[in-house]
Ligand binder design. Structure first.
Ligand SMILES: Cc1ncc(COP(=O)(O)O)c(C=O)c1O
Length: 449
């Protein structure tokens, strides 16, 4: 459709694009031209197995014809409508999202453009509803790059922008068993006691901060880039109970963990907890179009029945994005993609366990559904990470390079390797990627010898 020879894509991009999360002079992007299923191809026709669903978002896989057709038809019929109007897709998409929330309980939906503004709006709604200011979030978290979502973020991406961020966020510790601050001398403590210790920590912070000043606890149901931290038994139920006790709203950020990633539509279903709000994006359209959402209980929405919700977005409920979302949810149901992800979770667990046994540089592996991680260490006893906090190391860079050279697109974060493939991946495709990782891990094994 547009005229540019393949070999000119990269130089022209380098000339004009301002890149995110990058030192401008150091970027080296893959120039990509097509994608299908769990694979994509660069302009030199090199094929890559996508072990990160691009940005942990192409949940139903690349090139799904049904979603593409829905978007094309919507573009032809009505590409845009003003926020104060409504459309067929706005009615249907909000119903489709409401219906898949836990017990169908979050029946009011606000559409945004992505995850950060979903969290920004959830925070505003929580503040408006409770008439309280403070928001509690965890240190090992990422909630987005706009000023409020960045303030909510606990990890070092926030620190880079302080102090010019939204006020009122208090951070607390994550129930991260492998490196638990509270349990260095009691690593064998039961899961329930472990949860209790972290809930006591949260309650202490709630009391110190003053419950009457806290609007919401906002947390990634399963922590994503900060370590695939899977809540231990009793933890989510305990957070729910604390929120109920103190009149605080519970907001689950399911931007990454939602839409089948963990083997349930929303990760919070694993613990039978109904939060007050869920924020979502990524898998909502499987990234075929930009879209985020805040799903909330109707009583929260009702707080704005008589006075306006003073916020908005030109592109809220963009019809092309909503057409993608409706078709994406239909594909997930018709092709039983969430069930498949659940089953593949056991396959991934087995493969990860085998890798963990074979490679001394692996300290721990974890997964829930197709949300997996390998933690690399210098020494299994001391658990010293193979790259320092908020940094990389020559070994981690070499591992990543080996994977890229061998056609495996994988996300490495500090001392970890994340395994987040499209949910349609088969056992054979998963094995193909794990075999490349198996070879790549020889590099890190050698490094710690
Ligand atoms: C858990 C979580 N929340 C929020 C966001 C922000 O989403 P977006 O990049 O669409 O603004 C992300 C993005 O990676 C995320 O993983």
């Amino acid at each position: 459709m547009f005229d540019l020879p393949d070999h000119e894509i990269l130089p022209l991009s380098k000339q004009h694009v301002f890149w995110t999360w990058s030192a401008q002079a150091k970027v080296n992007p893959i120039a990509i031209k097509k994608a299908k299923g769990v694979y994509f191809w660069d302009v030199d026709d090199k094929k890559y197995l996508d072990f990160n669903s691009m940005t942990m978002c192409v949940n139903i896989g690349h090139g799904n014809e049904k979603v593409i057709k829905a978007m094309q038809e919507q573009a032809g019929e009505l590409p845009y409508a003003a926020p104060g109007m409504t459309t067929k897709v706005r009615a249907l998409a909000s119903k489709a999202v409401a219906q898949i929330t836990p017990q169908g309980a979050l029946s009011k939906v606000l559409f945004t453009l992505g995850g950060a503004d979903a969290n920004e709006n959830a925070i505003k709604i929580a503040r408006g509803y409770t008439k309280r200011h403070k928001i509690l979030t965890r240190y090992r978290s990422y909630h987005g790059a706009s000023a409020g979502a960045m303030a909510a973020t606990g990890d070092p991406r926030r620190v880079a922008w302080e102090p010019n961020l939204m006020t009122g966020v208090i951070h607390f510790l994550d129930p991260y068993r492998y490196r638990s601050t509270f349990h260095r001398t009691t690593p064998d403590i039961s899961e329930e006691e472990f949860s209790r210790d972290y809930l006591n920590h949260l309650e202490e912070i709630i009391l110190y901060e003053g419950p009457e000043s806290i609007a919401a606890v906002l947390l990634e149901t399963v922590t994503g880039t900060n370590g695939i931290i899977i809540p231990p038994n009793g933890y989510m139920q305990g957070v729910r109970a604390l929120c109920d006790k103190y009149g605080i709203l519970m907001i689950c950020d399911e931007v990454m963990s939602g839409f089948g990633r963990t083997g349930k539509m929303f990760a919070i279903e694993h613990w039978n907890v109904v939060p007050d709000m869920i924020t979502m994006a990524k898998g909502l359209t499987s990234a075929y179009a930009p879209l985020g959402a805040v799903a909330m209980k109707p009583e929260i929405a009702a707080a704005f029945d008589e006075h306006a919700f003073e916020s908005g977005l030109t592109y809220t409920s963009h019809p092309i994005s909503l057409a993608a979302a409706i078709a994406n949810i239909e594909v997930m149901k018709e092709e039983k993609i969430v069930e498949h992800a659940f089953q593949m979770g056991s396959v991934l667990r087995r493969m990860l366990t085998d890798l963990g046994e074979a490679h001394p540089s692996i300290g721990e592996v974890r997964n829930i559904g197709l949300f997996g991680i390998i933690e690399l260490v210098k020494d299994r006893k001391t658990k010293e990470p193979l790259a320092p906090w908020n940094s990389s190391s020559p070994e981690m860079s070499a591992l990543k390079k080996y994977c890229t050279d061998h056609g495996l697109f994988v996300y490495t974060h500090w001392h970890t390797v994340l395994i987040i493939p499209p949910l349609i991946i088969t056992e054979e495709e998963l094995k193909e990627g794990m075999d490349i990782l198996d070879n790549a891990l020889e590099i890190t094994d050698q490094a710690i010898k």
